[in-house]
Every structure is written in C-alpha cells, then in structure tokens.
Design a protein around this ligand. Structure first.
Ligand SMILES: Nc1ncnc2c1ncn2[C@@H]1O[C@H](COP(=O)(O)OP(=O)(O)OP(=O)(O)O)[C@@H](O)[C@H]1O
Ligand SMILES: [Mg+2]
Length: 237
C-alpha cells in the first residue's frame, strides 16, 4: 500500500469549496512537487495531509507502516516566525515533540537526534545562536533539521526556498534531493515549476486545471506545457 492515498478529497473553508475530487497517492521514495497559483489551496492541502485540518469531504489513508505523527513538516514562513526569539538548538529539538508524548522534557536520545540532524544540515556550529539573527538560508536549514527530528520517512515542505537568493536556493534544493536519495519521501510545495520538473518524480498541479502524474507526463501535458511556457516568459522579463 502507498504511504499516503488521497481519495475524493474536497477542501475549503466554511461553505466555500476551492478544490474538489482530488485523487492521488504517494509511494515510499517518491518526490512529489505540488504547484499551482497563489491561493489555489496548496498549503491547505498540506495541512490536511498532516491532519491539522479537516477536509470538506473525502479521506486520506496512511499506509506502508507510516504513523501520522511520523511526518516531518517545514511550514510556509511568515514574518512572525522569522523573528522567533529561540536558539537554533531549541527549535531543532522541538521537532522531537511528537516523540515525547506527555513527557515534559527531552531525553538523551532526542537530544542526540537533534545534534545529529544539525550536523547533517551543516548548522552544528550555529546551535547556540538565536534563530532570528540567522540568514534566510540558515533559518531554512534549521527548520529542515527540525522536520528531520520528526521523521525518518516523509518530509512535507511548504515553499522551502521562498525568499532565498539563487545560490542558496540551489543549495537547499541539493540538500532536499540528497535526503530523497537517502530514502526520505518528499512532498514539496513550490512556485518554481522549472525546479519542480528538475527534481520531482511526480507533479500535482492544482487550480482551475488539475493534473497529477509522473514528471515526464506533466511536461507533455497541456497544463504543464502551458505553465512552463508562462513561467519561462515571466522569468525572462
Ligand atoms: N484560515 C483560513 N480561513 C479562511 N480561508 C482561508 C484560510 N486560510 C486560507 N484561506 C483561503 O483558502 C484558499 C487557499 O489558501 P492556501 O493558503 O491553501 O493557498 P496556497 O495555494 O498555499 O497559496 P500561496 O501560494 O499564496 O501560499 C485561499 O483562497 C485563502 O484565502
Ligand atoms: Mg501556501
């Protein structure tokens, strides 16, 4: 069975539905990129996958031994989060909260996991620094290390490169790609369709037109070729 199976999912707020009858699945080891215009429902879909939000209808089946509290999440950054007055170590450790349950402290194993993931993301030397004093790229590495504390299997990333310059963006994409090659399933929201087709194995495009399929099919599809042309045109302006 797939890690996640999404069946006839409809999403919205109150009585307003903005996405209907969504069907797709994510298998272990895949790299799914979710693209679509602003406000199309990408973040809402991700929160629904994390069970932070109820769908209007439809269901999400979790399989392949995955537990719903074993999903790592890097949220879309807001201005308030960027100004968070905590140390890098504290933020990374907070990714272990799902493991602690009701225990009000982190044990030695969890502290070690946080250290290992800081090392893995190349931020061990920043562990005592205040999060809000870091650069955008360093902050995203901290959030990635935090998400890795929650999972060995699946990472959900909401716009992980937003606001980063091209060099740091490329480094971030490389880091995510490396995690995928190590066996972690990636579900990433991105505005950058050309990056989506460079790194992803599958693409989900939501909005007025919906497409779900392998990357190569997306490139050939009407929806995919239209948006790729549009974005390339936009980039060259
Ligand atoms: N808490 C909320 N209450 C009511 N409506 C909301 C709420 N959050 C989002 N919406 C609306 O739901 C729709 C989808 O929002 P969502 O944040 O999922 O879009 P998105 O695709 O992630 O957009 P972006 O690319 O700008 O991040 C939008 O019309 C938005 O205004
Ligand atoms: Mg969003």
């Amino acid at each position: 069975m797939a890690l996640l199976t999404i069946q006839n999912l409809s999403l919205g707020y109150d009585s307003h539905t903005f996405l209907e009858n969504l069907n797709f699945s994510v298998n272990a080891g895949e790299y799914l990129c979710i693209v679509g215009e602003n406000g199309s429902g990408k973040t809402t879909l991700m929160k629904t996958l994390l069970q932070l939000q109820e769908p209007i209808s439809g269901r999400i089946l979790v399989g392949d031994g995955l537990k719903s509290n074993e999903i790592g999440y890097l949220p879309q950054q807001t201005v308030v989060q960027k100004d968070f007055p905590a140390s890098v170590r504290e933020i990374v450790l907070s990714g272990c909260q799902g493991r602690c349950g009701l225990r009000p402290f982190y044990n030695r194993e969890e502290k070690q996991l946080a250290e290992d993931n800081m090392e893995r993301m190349g931020i061990a030397s920043l562990s005592g620094r205040c999060y809000r004093e870091l650069s955008g790229g360093q902050q995203q590495r901290v959030l990635l290390a935090r998400a890795l504390c929650a999972t060995r299997k699946v990472l959900l990333l909401d716009e992980p490169v937003s606001g980063l310059d091209p060099k740091v963006t490329a480094e971030m994409y490389d880091l995510i790609s490396k995690l995928n090659q190590e066996g972690i399933t990636i579900i990433m929201i991105s505005h950058d369709i050309s990056a989506a087709i460079r790194y992803a194995s599958h693409v989900l495009h939501i909005g007025t037109n919906i497409f779900y399929g392998a990357r190569d099919e997306y490139v050939k599809s009407d929806v995919g070729s239209f948006f790729l042309r549009e974005q390339e045109g936009g980039d060259s302006k």
